[in-house]
Design a protein around this ligand. Structure first.
Ligand code: VNL
Length: 390
């Protein structure tokens, strides 16, 4: 909606609802949580909603005298729907913060609304580097693909992997993964004979994997969004790629904790780079995983859950720091620079970029107590998004 229309709609909505509404409004702090609750990215929505609710159960629903209200909306991961929902949440519900955003196009579609209405947009899932540049009101608690991909491109050539074919979902985060992996891997002396891209919606990996088999690189580097990893793993194994001597590597999206335990022994030994593993050995993470699992019928939290949980922390602490008095600008100011321990390890919201700075871990799939986990074996500390030009 053009800015003028948005303002006009806001004025009309406020006038129509009258004074009682704005008084009731004073003691409520509304978080509009827009997530893919159905469709191809539904696992991301389920994980983030569960994590946000866990955070509220553990930390109460009153902060600085305000009652927190979480309004969850299903955008089915269609960006036009995300945008319409964001508009309605701002204009009709008068939310104080917009949050969620399962995929990059949804986060980007909301950016102009965040800017026009001066509403902080807390991105809890989407991970294309450029997202934070789309609006000065965007703060990110997930990760960026360049953060994860560069760490893998440094590890692989030191571990006998000299030729790599990349296979990525053909949209923002996949293009970031491909570009940053390839650049750094070539710089480190590796070779990338082919870069392959698969459609985001309903991908068929078979013809691409056949091509990789023919090229016979040391490894296949994969990025697919959360929820698509199991399909890649299944077809990789069915085609006997591992037996042909091709290793599977990637960012941790492919061995997603939401699906990993059902991938079977074929996943054993797969090395990925990422910011969160449910197996991360810290007391805080153990507590988080136990509480999340108990509250959700045995569901294991994945990296999406941790992005949602930390995003809620960022919102709660901004509200506390502004003593419940601040509008969008004050809240945004109090989100910038937050530094705290997350279940993933120490994290920091860079005040300059509004993006997350965090450890990236190298992990190998192992069986532990009968379950498959991404077991961390190395850490690169305090990684800034390599996609930001200074
Ligand atoms: C995105 C990036 C989505 C990484 C993902 O899963 C993911 C994105 C839904 O930016 O669209 O694992």
């Amino acid at each position: 909606m053009p800015r003028k229309l948005l303002i006009r709609a806001t004025v009309l909505a406020v006038a129509a609802l009258g004074a009682t509404y704005s008084i009731a409004q004073d003691n409520t702090f509304k978080i509009g949580l827009i997530l893919p609750m159905t469709g191809q990215q539904a696992s991301t929505g389920r994980q983030i909603e569960a994590a946000a609710k866990l955070y509220m159960a553990q930390n109460g629903d009153t902060v600085a005298g305000k009652k927190i209200q979480l309004i969850v909306k299903d955008d089915t991961s269609v960006p036009d729907v995300t945008k319409r929902l964001a508009q309605e949440l701002v204009v009709n519900d008068k939310v104080n913060v917009l949050a969620g955003f399962g995929i990059t196009p949804s986060a980007l579609a909301t950016a102009p609304i965040a800017t026009q209405s001066k509403t902080p947009e807390v991105v809890m899932a989407a991970a294309t580097s450029s997202i934070t540049q789309a609006s000065p009101y965007i703060v990110r608690t997930s990760f960026t693909l360049p953060q994860a991909a560069v760490s893998m491109a440094d590890w692989a050539p030191k571990n006998g992997i000299k030729t790599v074919v990349t296979l990525v979902s053909d949209y923002g985060p996949g293009l970031d993964a491909e570009k940053y992996f390839k650049e750094r891997f070539l710089f480190n002396g590796g070779q990338v004979p082919e870069t392959l891209r698969v459609p985001l919606r309903g991908p068929d990996f078979a013809p691409f994997l056949q091509k990789v088999r023919d090229l016979k690189p040391d490894a296949l580097f994969v990025f697919v969004p959360s929820g698509a990893g199991a399909a890649v793993m299944k077809q990789f194994l069915e085609r006997g790629m591992d037996k042909a001597g091709i290793k599977l590597i990637g960012t941790g999206d492919v061995t997603d904790d939401d699906q990993l335990n059902d991938m079977g022994d074929g996943a054993l030994g797969v090395v990925t780079s990422h910011h969160y593993s449910a197996d991360h050995p810290s007391p805080l993470n153990t507590k988080f995983v136990d509480a999340f699992t108990k509250a959700n019928k045995g569901l294991r939290p994945n990296f999406m859950a941790v992005g949602g949980y930390d995003g809620m922390r960022v919102i709660y602490e901004a509200l506390r720091a502004t003593k419940g008095q601040g509008g969008g600008d004050a809240l945004l100011g109090a989100m910038k620079g937050q530094i705290f321990e997350s279940p993933r390890g120490p994290i920091f919201i860079d005040a300059q970029t509004r993006d997350i700075v965090q450890n990236i871990y190298l992990r190998k799939v192992e069986r532990k107590n009968g379950q498959l986990y991404n077991v961390e074996f190395a850490v690169i500390k305090d990684v800034k998004d390599p996609g930001k030009t200074k």
